[in-house]
Design a protein around this ligand. Structure first.
Ligand code: MN
Length: 341
């Protein structure tokens, strides 16, 4: 706690009086937490008189379109010049919900590395952060980056600087990273933070409806198809996997973000302790992994078998072989991991 205070004071000296050129950056395939934390942090820094550019490597999923300020993001994939220029001129680069710069594409990495004078600051809750940041707010025990941002805002600027939209955006990050407040890291401090957000105007029901009841008919049908036809249980019904090919996705007019949350459904089956989903894209297979409780650490699993990582109960990775080969690799890896580790 003391260390947090000390580092926050250091940060306050940097950004508290304004006038700085700042870039706020988050990860590829941004989720609710990446976006909620970046938007609020960017808005608060701007409010303090800084010149802030929020950058995402690629576009956010359409179901988050309602978030206030989301159209202000510079999407590097669509506006690379603007993104590169902002990074080039930045005096401070904040990386949010982003444990390694390698989670960006090469052009953005190169732009950050080329700017050797900018201070690099991490605000994150992933495990094993790298050490090339000048200042690190890395709290793997926190449920979300949005919660870390809330704590920083309170410490540096005071909770009053948060408006209703900030409160909604931070709550979106907290809600989506905790499975609507049902996973781990649900501490008294978190609920005190939510109380604080309620006092700033947050309407939980509104955010719930906006995030969870805003899907297309195609997405709902894809979910039905996925669970009915594609879910496979192995290892004595303790492990589930789902593999969706590009062709299947096209049949349901797949949009970025449509498969968000699918991986959680198999965990609602008694006895299932690990769930995986494989989504085929043009370049590679996207791997998402989930588990419940302490028994299976999918962060370790993702690192060991799928060039990835994340958290104990939620991790991801990539596979560069075919979908069928990926599934075979998963079946073998799950057996090895569960029976010999
Ligand atoms: Mn997160």
């Amino acid at each position: 706690m003391e260390q947090f205070r000390q580092k926050a004071a250091e940060l306050k000296a940097l950004v508290g009086s304004g006038g700085k050129k700042i870039v706020v950056l988050s990860h590829t395939n941004p989720d609710g937490d990446a976006i909620g934390s970046s938007l609020t942090w960017g808005h608060v820094l701007q409010g303090a008189g800084n010149d802030v550019t929020c950058i995402l490597p690629n576009r956010y999923p359409a179901f988050l379109n309602w978030m206030e300020g989301i159209d202000r993001f510079v999407i590097a994939k669509e506006n690379l010049d603007v993104a590169q220029k902002a990074i080039e001129q930045a005096e401070i680069v904040f990386c949010l919900d982003l444990n390694t710069i390698e989670r960006l594409d090469e052009t953005l990495c190169a732009a950050i590395e080329a700017n050797t004078t900018a201070k690099r600051i991490l605000i994150d809750h992933h495990l094993n952060p790298p050490t090339y940041y000048d200042l690190m707010f890395s709290y793997p025990e926190d449920c979300s980056t949005s919660f870390v941002v809330y704590r920083l805002v309170c410490e540096i600027f005071g909770v009053e600087v948060l408006d209703k939209s900030d409160a909604e955006n931070l709550y979106t990050g907290i809600m989506t990273d905790t499975g609507n407040l049902s996973f781990s890291s649900l501490t008294p401090e978190l609920f005190r933070a939510i109380a604080g957000l309620l006092e700033r105007g947050l309407e939980i029901q509104k955010v719930n409806v906006a995030v969870y009841n805003a899907f297309t008919a195609d997405r709902v049908r894809l979910l039905g198809y996925t669970l009915n036809k594609k879910m496979t249980l192995i290892e004595n019904n303790t492990v589930s996997y789902i593999a969706l090919s590009e062709r299947e996705l096209r049949r349901f007019n797949f949009q970025l973000g449509d498969s968000e949350g699918f991986v959680n459904y198999p965990l609602t089956i008694t006895g299932v302790k690990m769930s995986a989903i494989f989504i085929e894209t043009r370049k590679f297979i996207r791997v998402s992994l989930r588990s419940r409780g302490d028994e299976v650490d999918v962060n370790v699993f993702a690192r060991k078998y799928f060039n990835g990582g994340g958290h104990k109960n939620a991790a991801g990775g990539r596979s560069y072989v075919s979908l069928a080969e990926t599934v075979d690799h998963f079946i073998r890896s799950a057996s090895e991991f569960l029976n010999h580790c």
